[in-house]
Design a protein around this ligand. Structure first.
Ligand SMILES: Nc1ncnc2c1ncn2[C@@H]1O[C@H](COP(=O)(O)OP(=O)(O)O)[C@@H](O)[C@H]1O
Ligand SMILES: [Mg+2]
Length: 443
């Protein structure tokens, strides 16, 4: 049991099972619990295991991604969370309350206040204006027209579509329609957004743009987002945590960096090798805390002594009280010109004003060029503060990890351990599974 003072996670899913068929609890569920494989359960009972013993937690304000190929159980899982599908067994806690145990009335209330869903094929009502489409769910709830319009405009503004409020959907591009879907969910003012392949139908460029917008929105709105995708690049890009699903099971949960650097199974490793990893392994990820000297506070003798220490770095960044860089101090220069008994606090005359620096999002490729001169690269945030430094060795070891994973997965693929077509991360790899109509859910 968790200690009381800890906040409940926003969403906690425990041992969730969803089996499709006539009497899932009679034979199929016991078989699943005994560890019988999904295929065998299908063959022997005619029941389809959609989700098998899924457990995970989502903290408030994070984007939790469920990633897997078509048919791996993602939609089933997300639909169990808001009980569009009744799970066969397990628990789904929202703010500590098991939504699988509540009555219809309470469920409606939970859905209304806590969860909003964004689908891939968001059905816009063609004869209604954009704002009316956004406000549709509010109308069903009996919200007054005036408030509906003001809330619709507010959320259209968030997704950059306010000027289109009085137009009709036919005037919108695919990307814009998807934004309307997002605006509709935002207008509901729910804490949790459930996004099922919401960007799946968009072409790659627009899709990237939508991912960026989601991340930007998230900075200010701090929703809890359960985000489903079949695209690993997308998953690693938007997720704070990523769960990888295969055949109804979650095979790994981790941060994007953990998924890439420590894939739990061969299956995940095979996926990961197709990903542009330099995009995930950014300066912010590979940097180390910087050992700094503070201008006006640390004396010359402090600098000399630190440089003389065993294993001392070849350079120290010298910062001001605001952690902004004043310059770079090299061992060579301070040991040559500085004196160990010098209590003077003016380090500025020993400083180099030119030094390599970069932003936290810089890719490994960018870093590779910067570290080549043997000077630690300063990673600087938007306010000019030093966040950390990257040494050549940090970049090389990250690259080595990538090589290792790639090589390992190659081998396994060659020997046939990895089955199935793991390479389904094109921009539109979701055929058959998406035929079901995802219509507006009216609560
Ligand atoms: N209503 C249903 N009846 C029977 N099987 C279903 C139903 N819905 C989904 N399934 C099966 O459950 C599995 C998971 O499907 P789904 O959750 O839609 O996967 P994904 O969203 O990852 O593509 C698939 O094998 C699918 O065929
Ligand atoms: Mg799906």
């Amino acid at each position: 049991m968790e200690a009381k003072e800890h906040k409940d996670p926003k969403i906690r899913v425990e041992d969730l099972v969803m089996i499709f068929g006539r009497q899932p609890r009679r034979e199929a569920l016991p078989m699943l619990k005994e560890g019988v494989a999904k295929d065998e359960i299908l063959a022997r009972t005619g029941h389809v295991v959609g989700v098998s013993n899924a457990s995970f937690t989502v903290q408030e304000g994070e984007i939790f991604v469920v990633m897997g190929l078509s048919g791996s159980g993602k939609s089933t899982l997300i639909r169990c969370v808001n009980r569009l599908i009744e799970p066969t067994s397990g628990h789904v806690y929202i703010d500590g309350e098991d939504v699988l145990q509540v009555d219809k009335q309470r469920l409606r209330q939970i859905r209304r206040t806590k969860m909003a869903m964004v689908f891939q094929h968001f059905a816009l009502l063609p004869h209604k204006t954009v704002w009316e489409n956004v406000a549709y769910g509010l109308k069903i709830r009996g919200v007054s027209e005036q408030e509906r319009r003001s809330r619709a405009l507010e959320s259209l503004d968030l997704v950059g579509l306010k000027p289109w409020a009085d137009r009709h959907p036919a005037n919108l591009s695919g990307g814009m329609k998807q934004r309307v879907g997002l605006a509709r969910a935002l207008a509901m003012d729910a804490d949790i957004l459930l996004m099922d392949e919401a960007f799946g139908a968009l072409d790659p460029l627009i899709r990237r743009q939508m991912q960026n917008e989601l991340l930007q929105l998230q900075d200010t709105l701090q929703k809890t987002v359960l985000f489903i995708t079949h695209d690993l690049n997308e998953a690693l890009r938007v997720g704070n945590h990523v769960a990888i699903m295969k055949d109804g099971e979650i095979v790994q949960i981790g941060t994007p960096v953990e998924i890439i650097t420590e894939p739990a199974t061969n299956y995940v490793a095979a996926f990961v090798q197709d990903v542009d990893q330099s995009r995930v392994l950014t300066a912010e990820v590979v940097m180390k805390p910087a050992d700094v000297l503070v201008l006006g506070r640390d004396a010359v003798q402090t600098a000399v002594n630190r440089m003389k220490a065993k294993d001392a770095a070849s350079h120290f960044y010298v910062v001001n009280e605001q952690k902004q860089i004043e310059g770079l101090l090299s061992r060579h220069r301070i040991l040559r010109d500085g004196k160990a008994d010098n209590k003077d606090k003016d380090l500025s005359r020993y400083l180099d004003r030119e030094y390599p620096s970069t932003h936290p999002g810089a890719s490994l490729t960018e870093l590779y060029a910067l570290v080549a001169h043997g000077v630690p690269v300063a990673v600087i945030d938007a306010s000019g503060r030093l966040m950390g430094t990257v040494h050549a060795s940090d970049v090389l070891s990250s690259l080595a990890t990538i090589e290792e994973i790639g090589g390992q997965a190659d081998e396994e693929q060659a020997t046939g351990i990895v089955t199935g077509n793991v390479r389904e991360n094109g921009s539109n790899g979701n055929g058959a599974q998406q035929k079901r109509k995802d219509t507006v859910e009216t609560t």
